[in-house]
Write a protein that binds this ligand. Structure first.
Ligand code: MN
Ligand code: MN
Length: 344
């Protein structure tokens, strides 16, 4: 990959990489990286880095999310540089690249988790904002451990069909269904600034979501989201979380399985893709310090569409990070942060 292909403008010594255009090398050709950005080894060269976390040994049911990052990268080849709706131009003001994968231990979840924490600590030490591609949801716990070392307890926006705050599963305290309870016990998160959106499905008991509520979590069950725009919810979240370091954890199973069947624990009646866009675009203005997109399971959707949606949601996350340049709309204000206010 040459400078000519990826661009060579720089800001404060960090090169502003451009994705390879589909008009230069066809989208089905070339070496697969996230969003066709260069693979960069040193996080010090980047403001924002995508990192694959190929992990599935924390999964309770269907395994295979270890192949999630690879399929997300492949499907991301379709995504272009400009966000037409919000006018975000992330590559004009931020140095963005693909930092490759964490070398996750496939035999020991404990060692895999320790390795992820170490890996993300290095990235945060370089003042690079990580956007993680999973991988099963266990990976959020070690990332939160790294986040807390850098920022103290963070606020969290957690979008998921599941609360992931069980005490244990199969008597194990470490897996993809317990992270937010562990994060609370370890004081990695501020419980008064944790919102869980999209929770639903059958429970072990009728009180499954009450533990979180008792801790101060703000729980928005999916039924509250049905048939309505989530713009106003995000207005409230922005008001409440303003000024705090915010971590975003997005489980793809929050979406209805009609949209995203490629995941291991589907629950009917989920969020729409439009609501997912409203959630992410509505975060603009918050001090986002990192994001993950987890639980993409390629074998359950060989079409790649679930991974393609995941890749687009990761691009949308990139577009709302602090410091992203927005090109002014040439039309009179027909968009408010990407949310239409009228029909003009
Ligand atoms: Mn889930
Ligand atoms: Mn989850």
């Amino acid at each position: 990959m040459t400078d000519t292909i990826h661009g060579n403008n720089s800001i404060s010594g960090r090169r502003l990489n451009q994705p390879i255009s589909g008009n230069e090398i066809p989208r089905f050709a070339g070496i697969t990286t996230m969003l066709r950005l260069p693979h960069v080894e040193d996080p010090k060269q980047l403001d924002v880095g995508f990192i694959g976390v190929p992990l599935d040994i924390g999964t309770a049911n269907k395994s295979g999310t270890r192949y999630g990052p690879r399929q997300i990268r492949a499907e991301s080849a379709m995504i272009r540089a400009c966000n037409q709706a919000t006018r975000a131009a992330p590559y004009e003001s931020l140095a963005v690249g693909d930092l490759g994968d964490v070398a996750t231990n496939p035999y020991s979840l404990e060692r895999a988790v320790d390795g992820i924490e170490e890996h993300f600590s290095r990235i945060l030490d370089a003042d690079c904002i990580p956007l993680a591609m999973g991988g099963d949801h266990t990976l959020t716990l070690p990332i939160l451990r790294a986040m807390a070392k850098k920022h103290g307890p963070v606020a969290v926006i957690h979008v998921d069909a599941h609360a992931d705050s069980n005490d244990h599963m199969f008597h194990e305290k470490l897996n993809h269904g317990v992270m937010f309870r562990r994060a609370m016990e370890e004081r990695l998160i501020d419980p008064n600034f944790l919102v869980q959106i999209g929770l639903r499905g059958t429970g072990y008991t009728h009180n499954d979501f009450d533990w979180g509520r008792s801790q101060g979590f703000w729980i928005v069950p999916v039924e509250r989201c049905w048939h309505r725009s989530l713009g106003p919810l995000l207005d409230e979240i922005r008001m409440k979380f303003d000024g705090k370091p915010v971590y975003v954890s997005f489980d793809i199973d929050s979406l209805d399985p009609a949209f995203a069947p490629g995941t291991g624990a589907i629950e009917p009646g989920g969020l729409t893709i439009i609501q997912a866009l409203e959630i992410i675009r509505g975060m603009k203005g918050l001090n986002i310090v990192g994001c993950d997109l987890v639980e993409v399971l390629p074998f359950c959707d060989p079409s790649g569409n679930t991974a393609g949606i995941a890749a687009n949601l990761l691009f949308e996350m990139l577009c709302i990070l602090p410091g992203v340049k927005y090109n002014k709309s040439i039309e009179p204000s027909s968009c408010r942060d990407g949310l239409p206010t009228d029909w003009i």
